[in-house]
Design a protein around this ligand. Structure first.
Ligand code: AMP
Ligand code: MN
Ligand code: MN
Length: 325
């Protein structure tokens, strides 16, 4: 189906009453900020909104208004429309997303991942957006509805976290103008930045010790791994730490960074970062994951050592494209 316009998507939402919304597993600030932000906008239009995420909200996002309304399983329907946010494919929505239980309600996907598989009936995918939260602001404008303070706080949290404080290469004048609008609506940029970006549990800081001891460098690729044993040693809960992979890429010698994390089920989560001008989204997509040119990820079969041996050459090949043909 051809891409709908944002006004058409606004029209579908305006004509719906019971709306069920999902975001991605292991939620980040954009996942939760977009879910809550759109949730506020829809409720303010008189909609009956249910927000679902399978995994717990990370502690640094628990201050966001409305967070206590997020359920980890959807209640019984029926629903008029389903919305999937910040997720590039169906597995990314986790086990609560059961198409068979949605009574044929149409699915709207709203996302900014270049690797989005356009799995909905209506897909609005804008890879030029720095965050899904930015698209929600565009949606409110297309609909002609105001952005209230609670919505603005949640949406600015999405923008701040996905751009790591407006530092990523996709930060344009439009991104900053959107942030200004959200501040004008009452969101406090300094407070949101402090609470989301300047936050790391002590156990997560301790985990960097053993993780950095395992650091490896091959050419311009820098990587390390986090085993279950390392986590147990410092009593760190399961979860990803996108701060570590971004930290590795601060080395001027590095162009691509990776962190391989062993999950309790034996699978391996791979977090990838690349310098501007490179593209690791295609590697992540080919491995069943997705993401953006400079920040992508995937979940692959273990064991850890085999995943590293398989994936590091794929990253080296990104840097030497002529060697691939
Ligand atoms: P992370 O390294 O976890 O911060 O993720 C970086 C980017 O890759 C984010 O935009 C994620 O949405 C995306 N990503 C990470 N893991 C996956 C996955 N298993 N499937 C699809 N996209 C992923
Ligand atoms: Mn996200
Ligand atoms: Mn995002």
């Amino acid at each position: 189906m051809p891409s709908p316009s944002l006004s058409e998507i606004a029209g579908v939402l305006a004509a719906s009453r019971r709306i069920l919304m999902f975001t991605h597993v292991s939620p980040d600030g954009d996942a939760i900020g977009s879910l809550l932000g759109l949730g506020w906008l829809l409720r303010e239009q008189g909609k009956d909104v249910t927000m679902v995420d399978a995994d717990p909200v990370p502690p640094e996002l628990l201050f966001l208004p409305g967070v206590e309304r997020i359920a980890n399983q959807p209640p019984e329907g029926p629903w008029d429309v389903i919305v999937a946010l910040d997720a590039s494919d169906i597995p990314r929505l986790g086990s609560p997303f059961q198409p068979a239980r949605l009574n044929g309600a149409p699915l709207i996907t709203i996302d900014h991942h270049v690797t989005n598989l356009r799995f909905g009936a209506y897909n609005w995918v804008d890879p030029s957006a720095a965050a899904t939260a930015q698209i929600i602001v565009h949606l409110a404008d297309a609909w002609g509805i105001p952005i209230t303070k609670p919505a603005a706080i949640c949406l600015l949290a999405g923008l701040v976290t996905d751009t790591r404080g407006f530092r990523t290469s996709n930060v344009t004048i439009d991104v900053l103008a959107t942030a200004m609008r959200l501040m004008e609506s009452g969101a406090d940029l300094a407070e949101i930045s402090e609470r989301t970006l300047n936050y790391k549990p002590l156990a997560a800081i301790r985990l960097w010790g053993p993780a950095l001891e395992q650091l490896q460098v091959r050419g311009p690729v820098i990587w390390t791994h986090v085993t279950r044993a390392m986590r147990e040693q410092v009593q760190a809960p399961d979860g990803s730490d996108s701060g570590l992979v971004s930290f590795l890429l601060e080395a001027p010698e590095a162009s691509i960074a990776a962190v391989f994390t062993e999950k309790p089920n034996g699978r391996v989560e791979v977090s990838l970062r690349a310098r501007p001008g490179l593209n690791i989204a295609d590697v992540a997509l080919a491995l069943g994951g997705g993401g953006h040119p400079q920040a992508a990820g995937c979940s692959v079969d273990g064991p850890l050592a085999e995943a590293e041996v398989r994936i590091i050459p794929l990253l080296l090949a990104v840097l030497e494209p002529e060697g691939r043909s």
